[in-house]
Every structure is written in structure tokens, then in C-alpha cells.
Design a protein around this ligand. Structure first.
Ligand SMILES: [Zn+2]
Ligand SMILES: [Zn+2]
Length: 382
């Protein structure tokens, strides 16, 4: 979208005063009244405990619930957990599950498309972060045709129906009652109510803005999404956004055990407790293939920059030829597996299945070895 068209659309898109007022007033209160009250009167331990607790509940409600459960269906949850996640996410005032997921699914489908992606980073940091909500842009219109499944999900439908009641009870009544119980209504409302809401908002908004600008692209450069450890820490794991955009049906965003993905740990803990089933993971081979593809690109660039000789290039290209060959073999295996699943002889299938999985593991191992060789090859160029 050219700048002229963007400016014209901005002219036409009416300001959404309700959203602007809520986001503006809560933000202004959080940076003025909240610290002032803290200096003058101070906040109690109870205020800080509920600030932290509600912040975590909102982060998990949005990350594990709105995002990984409803938008991407990366696992199945039992009804009790779903109701909890719907309340925890609804409390963060980011619209209902159905509306949020509809926009998010379009964001994945049309990522970086300035006309279709509701929060396309191509329209700048401000637009992707918050600007897209302040006006009723055409790209922000909710397309319910992409959430037909959620319109049949009883918990999502229930939450959509009672959304505003839920928002007022969790953001108004709950902090006020807790404040009354712990001896200071205003302090509890300011810290666990307003400040918590604003922190949750901007941390979530960073996924649409910063996570599409700042960080590495280890899996794909076909879109602007990035992986960034610090962002992952403050967003409960959502900051591994490059991986997520390529493997959106994976319940994990950070796939290594040490990756700071609190939502992944939350979902896994719920699985241990029997509240979660069918966690989806991307096949290890596909993950390795994506990584190697990017590493080959980087290696080629490095060779060129270093002005490396023909023998280096030959080595690299021979590695690449092997990579292509391994992928071909893997695709053949996939086809064999499909053909096999159509066969009816059960005992034959068992032995062949075992053979196939050995072959899969061998191919995965070949890719792992190749990554090591490639790393060695590029390290020698330093
Ligand atoms: Zn997503
Ligand atoms: Zn994104």
C-alpha cells in the first residue's frame, strides 16, 4: 500500500472513540496517577501480589487460551480449563475469543499484506502496535467466516455472549472487593486493576509490533516475524514468533527445553494433570529442514562477503545437493506411508511401520549432521 493510499484510508477510517478513550485513559492513569499514588501512599504487598497474579492470569489466558487453544487449535482442553482460560483472557479486555481469533487467523493467512493483515507491520510500528484499533480500518473488519468452528464451541460462544459482563466483573468488581478485603480499595484498583491491564495490553501488542521487527529469523524469511528471547520472557513465550508463524499448529512457540515459553510449560502441566490432550507438534524433520534452509542462505551470503574461493563454494553446493536429496527421500517416505495406511494387512503394516520410522530417524540424523558440517564450514571462514 503506497503512502498516498494509506493517508487516504486514514482520512476515511473513522476514529473508534470508545477504544481510543479506554486505551488512552488507562494508559495515562498508569503513567501518572499510579506512580503518584505509590509515592504518596505506597502500595501494600497484597496490591503487588494481585498485580502479579492477574498479570500472569491474563498472559496465560491470552497465550494458552485465545492464541494457542482457540485461534490455532494446537491442543484439546477439558471444559473446566476452557472456562478458566476464557475468563482469564476476557479479563484482559482484548475483545472476545471469537473476534480476537478471527483477526488473528487473518493475520496468519495474510501476514504483511497491508490491505488484509489487520495489524500489518508494513504500515509501521504504531499501526501494528495500537493504531489499528484506534480507527475502524477496513483491514480490521471481523470476518466471521474464518471462525465457524469457534461459533460452535460452547465456551467461546458463552464468553462472546457475556463478554462485557465478564470484563466489568473481573476489572471492576473483583479488584474493588479485594481492595475492600485487604484494606485499601483505591490502591488495589490502581495497581491490580489499571496498571495490570495496561502492562498486559502493551506486552501483548508487542507481539504484533516488535515481534515483527526485532530479533532473528531462524526458520523463515518469507514473512517479517522474529524470534527474540527477551520478548519471549515478557510475553510468556509468544516472542518466538518466527517459529510460530511457520509452525502455527504447534502448541509450543519456543521448542528447545530452555526456551522461555511459559505458555508451553503451562499447557504441559495441564496435560500432566489430565486437563489437556492431543498437543500438536511440528514434525522434527520439517523443523530441521526449515532451519537448514535458512542456514544455507546465511552460509552463501557469508561466502560471498568473504570472497571465498571456488573450493569453498563447491563444498557448500555439494552439501546443498545432499540436503535436497535427503528432502526428496523424506517426501518419498511420506508417500509410502500414505500408501501403506491404505493397506489392510495389519501384521505387514506393523513391520513396515517400524522400518519406516527407522528410516525417518535416519533422515533426521542426516540433517542434524549436516547442520554441524555447515556450522563448521562457515566458522572456518571467520
Ligand atoms: Zn498465531
Ligand atoms: Zn504475527
Amino acid at each position: 500500500m503506497s503512502e498516498a493510499i494509506q493517508a487516504e484510508e486514514k482520512e476515511q477510517a473513522p476514529v473508534n472513540w470508545a477504544v481510543t478513550a479506554v486505551l488512552g485513559l488507562t494508559f495515562l492513569t498508569a503513567i501518572t496517577v499510579v506512580p503518584w499514588y505509590g509515592f504518596v501512599h505506597g502500595y501494600s504487598t497484597w496490591n503487588w501480589i494481585f498485580f502479579g497474579l492477574f498479570l500472569a492470569m491474563n498472559g496465560i489466558g491470552i497465550g494458552s487460551g485465545y492464541h494457542r487453544l482457540w485461534s490455532h487449535r494446537t491442543y484439546d482442553a477439558n471444559s473446566l480449563l476452557k472456562v478458566l482460560l476464557a475468563i482469564m483472557g476476557g479479563m484482559s479486555l482484548q475483545n472476545s475469543i471469537i473476534v480476537w481469533s478471527a483477526r488473528h487467523r487473518i493475520h496468519h493467512r495474510d501476514v504483511d499484506n497491508n490491505e488484509k493483515d489487520p495489524y500489518s507491520i508494513g504500515r509501521g510500528f504504531w499501526f501494528a502496535h495500537i493504531g489499528w484499533m484506534l480507527r475502524d480500518y477496513k483491514s480490521g473488519e471481523v470476518d466471521y467466516s474464518v471462525v465457524r468452528d469457534l461459533q460452535r464451541d460452547p465456551v467461546a460462544v458463552w464468553q462472546d455472549h457475556w463478554y462485557w459482563t465478564l470484563v466489568w466483573v473481573t476489572n471492576g468488581a473483583v479488584p474493588l472487593i479485594l481492595g475492600w478485603l485487604t484494606g485499601n480499595i483505591i490502591a488495589m484498583f490502581l495497581l491490580a486493576g489499571v496498571a495490570r491491564l495496561v502492562v498486559n495490553h502493551h506486552v501483548t501488542f508487542f507481539i504484533n509490533s516488535l515481534a515483527h521487527m526485532w530479533g532473528k529469523q531462524p526458520y523463515t524469511d518469507k514473512n517479517t516475524a522474529r524470534d527474540q528471547h527477551f520478548l519471549a520472557l515478557i510475553t510468556y513465550g509468544e516472542g518466538y514468533h518466527n517459529y510460530h508463524h511457520l509452525f502455527q499448529s504447534d502448541y509450543r512457540c519456543g521448542i528447545r527445553w530452555w526456551h522461555l515459553d511459559i505458555n508451553k510449560w503451562f499447557i504441559s502441566t495441564c496435560a500432566l494433570l489430565g486437563l489437556v490432550r492431543n498437543r500438536q507438534r511440528a514434525p522434527q524433520f520439517k523443523v530441521l529442514r526449515a532451519r537448514l534452509n535458512m542456514e544455507f542462505k546465511a552460509a552463501r551470503k557469508k561466502l560471498e562477503q568473504a570472497g571465498a574461493g571456488a573450493s569453498w563454494k563447491e563444498q557448500l553446493e555439494s552439501e546443498y545437493a545432499q540436503f535436497v536429496e535427503i528432502i526428496k527421500q523424506w517426501q518419498q517416505l511420506q508417500m509410502e506411508r500414505v500408501a501403506q495406511s491404505r493397506q489392510k494387512l495389519a501384521d505387514r503394516i506393523e513391520t513396515e511401520r517400524a522400518l519406516l520410522s527407522t528410516h525417518y530417524r535416519e533422515l533426521e540424523f542426516s540433517l542434524k549432521m549436516q547442520r554441524k558440517r555447515l556450522a563448521l564450514l562457515t566458522a572456518q571462514l571467520m
